[in-house]
Design a protein around this ligand. Structure first.
Ligand SMILES: Nc1ncnc2c1ncn2[C@@H]1O[C@H](COP(=O)(O)OP(=O)(O)OP(=O)(O)O)[C@@H](O)[C@H]1O
Length: 624
């Protein structure tokens, strides 16, 4: 790391000599060759002609790219820099009206093209993208940090933030935008390098006024809890000490890690056999499956098993997919097992809308149409494949996620009551009839509404639209070769588009939440590394290991990232700043930041690239 000694502090502001014991002083003989810190930081040195012994000609001595430099007494709580007095590099280079004047010390000195090229390399030249930001601008970003609550930002972002922060600081002052002539050319936009834009946060949103809570950086608690509960349901297994576990086979075909979702019940009302439902994990693909066991079933016709093949080909978002079926004696009886996709924490339409606690609750018509459209979509896929659902009742329709409807147990009757598929047209008509009955139950909020059809239709006429009544009457009408699921679609009309729109909105919402979590893995990895290095009491027989060399920089970076204080020394908690610092460190960009020693006597200017190297090096040392 190179160091540089500023001129004597004659102006009482920024030019104190660094005194950190860890920073060797540069011999005075080289001062003439060294660029004056004031020029680099402020763009001018008012002592240039009155004794400052450093070099003021930037074109002859430029800061070497990537070399960390030392500056003292510029701290996060330094006086607030007023950015309205500065220009960004592109506005300078393209606007002939803006010229350097010694009388106006706030203007940076004129910059020739050669220097501009070098600045781009040294201060945020991302791949082939010039940053257009002079060094003093980047520095101002850091000086501004903490005091104004603005996180250090990438040079490419700097231009935007610069204006925004100006407006936030003092709306009465003339902003750079206002000062520029209207015909000022703006540099053509450069293609973004996506890996540098990992955080969707706008830096200005993290300012003191608009500080966001930590929750706003992660997926909402409700969604997180929901997903965690689902994961828990997938991994939940039978308690090894429970009597159920003792009596349960440890493996079934390729399935293991069982949990009982529905106990075996003696009722045979739906399938003619007692059934039970188990969650399991497949050793073939590691995914969770729902096994539905039909107890006491003896396979009479091998051909019946073939009927499963047609169902295995059905892949639809409103149908619970059937994977396979097999017989087993593992339970001590003849059982037939149907293997379906498992949807953790799903409920049935019946328990959600028609259970005794929900009876009488009127379902909004929009929800009814959503269910109608989803079931229509499922039936369309089934009927088009020459199959029939054969079991369209509220207890055999799952509600998963927000409001997704999935037909469950499809294909079971094709096997249990095997007829070679010759009656499928009849069963398809039955599907439409059962569909109509299902909607009557839901529209009236009662499982028994179908038993008194005329008063139920009367109720629906009074509480729902004519269109809904028409659909129900169509579905309940006499079977006919002309009656088919396509007609329901045309009767639903524009409501299909509404359903599509709702689904798209939900997808957008989930995508948005997903993108917020995207970077967490990277940042956790980085935090793990920092955690292993920072404050390590001893390494390699060296108790000062974490306080010296590269590790010292990482300690200061930790302070810079996590321990910012405001001008009164109070903790300044800015999650946007923390996340941005970590993102930049992870990428290792050329942007420089200023780290201050804890005794506030010295400052180090170092790039994220160098910090990244430090962290990699220190971590490698630890792993050796
Ligand atoms: N594929 C599946 N994934 C996740 N859970 C399921 C799956 N299939 C069924 N379940 C759950 O298993 C439980 C029992 O399902 P089942 O279809 O037997 O309903 P039921 O209300 O017990 O029906 P019935 O009254 O006809 O016996 C329900 O809570 C349901 O949510």
């Amino acid at each position: 790391m190179s160091t540089n000694t500023p001129p004597p502090n004659t102006n009482g502001t920024d030019n104190n000599t660094p005194t950190s014991s860890s920073l060797p002083r540069t011999p005075k003989t080289s001062n003439k060759n060294r660029t004056c810190r004031n020029v680099i930081i402020h763009g001018y040195c008012k002592y240039e002609h009155s004794g400052c012994e450093f070099n003021h000609d930037l074109s002859t001595n430029r800061p070497s790219p990537g070399s960390p430099e030392v500056k003292s007494k510029l701290r996060v709580d330094s006086p607030i820099f007023n950015p309205s007095s500065f220009r960004t590099m592109d506005s300078l280079s393209m606007n002939p009206a803006v010229t350097y004047s010694p009388q106006n010390p706030y203007y940076p000195p004129p910059v020739d093209n050669t220097f501009l090229g070098d600045i781009n390399t040294s201060y945020g030249y991302y791949g082939n993208q010039p940053a257009f930001i002079p060094p003093m601008n980047a520095m101002n970003g850091y000086g501004y940090n903490g005091a104004g609550g603005m996180p250090a930002i990438s040079p490419l972002n700097n231009i935007n933030t610069y204006y925004l922060s100006t407006q936030m600081q003092d709306s009465t002052k003339q902003s750079p935008i206002e000062m520029l002539p209207l015909n000022t050319k703006i540099a053509p936009p450069q293609p973004l390098q996506y890996h540098l834009y990992t955080s969707p946060l706008l830096p200005h949103m993290s300012g003191t006024q608009n500080q966001k809570t930590i929750h706003s950086f992660f997926i909402p608690d409700k969604l997180r809890e929901e997903l965690q509960k689902k994961n828990e349901a997938i991994t939940h297994v039978l308690d090894a000490n429970s009597p159920e576990y003792q009596n349960f086979p440890k493996e079934l075909h390729v399935y293991h890690s069982f949990n009982i979702i529905k106990e075996s019940e003696k009722s045979t009302k739906t399938f003619g056999y007692p059934t039970s439902v188990y969650k399991s994990i497949s050793s073939v693909d590691g995914r969770a499956y729902a096994l539905r066991r039909v107890e006491g079933y003896r396979l009479a016709n091998e051909m019946a098993m073939k009927s499963i093949e047609n169902w295995r080909r059905i892949d639809h978002s409103n149908i619970v997919s059937l994977k396979e079926a097999f017989t087993t004696k593992a339970f001590g009886d003849h059982s037939l097992i149907f293997v379906y996709d498992y949807y953790p924490l799903s409920v049935t339409l019946e328990s959600k809308y028609l259970s005794s606690s929900n009876q009488g609750n009127e379902m909004p018509e929009s929800s009814l149409w959503s269910i109608i459209i989803q079931i229509t979509s499922a039936l369309k896929a089934i009927h088009s494949a020459g199959l029939a659902a054969r079991i369209l009742k509220p207890s055999k329709i799952l509600v998963t996620d927000k409001n997704r409807i999935r037909l469950n147990c499809c294909g079971m009757f094709d096997l249990l009551k095997y007829d070679g598929g010759k009656n499928y047209l009849h069963y398809q008509q039955e599907d439409l009839l059962h569909f109509g009955q299902l909607i009557v139950s839901l529209a009236c909020g009662s499982n028994v509404a179908i038993q008194n059809l005329s008063s139920s239709i009367d109720y629906i006429s009074r509480h729902h639209s004519l269109d809904l009544k028409s659909v129900i009457l169509y579905l309940l009408s006499k079977p006919s070769p002309m009656k088919n699921v396509d007609d329901i679609l045309s009767m639903a009309g524009p409501r299909v588009l509404q359903e599509l729109d709702n689904t798209n909105h939900y997808v957008d919402y989930l995508q948005n939440e997903l993108s917020r979590e995207l970077e967490n893995g990277r940042l956790v990895r980085l935090l793990c590394k920092l955690g292993t290095i920072n404050e390590r009491p001893e390494f390699d027989m060296d108790p000062t290991w974490s306080e010296t060399g590269d590790r010292y920089l990482l300690k200061l970076f930790r302070d810079y990232t996590f321990h910012q204080v405001d001008e009164n020394g109070k903790p300044f908690i800015d999650i946007a700043h923390i996340i941005q610092c970590l993102n930049k460190l992870d990428v290792g960009i050329d942007e420089k930041i200023m780290l201050m020693s804890r005794d506030e006597q010295s400052c180090l200017i170092v790039s994220y690239k160098e910090l990244k190297h430090c962290i990699e090096q220190a971590f490698q040392d630890l792993r050796k």
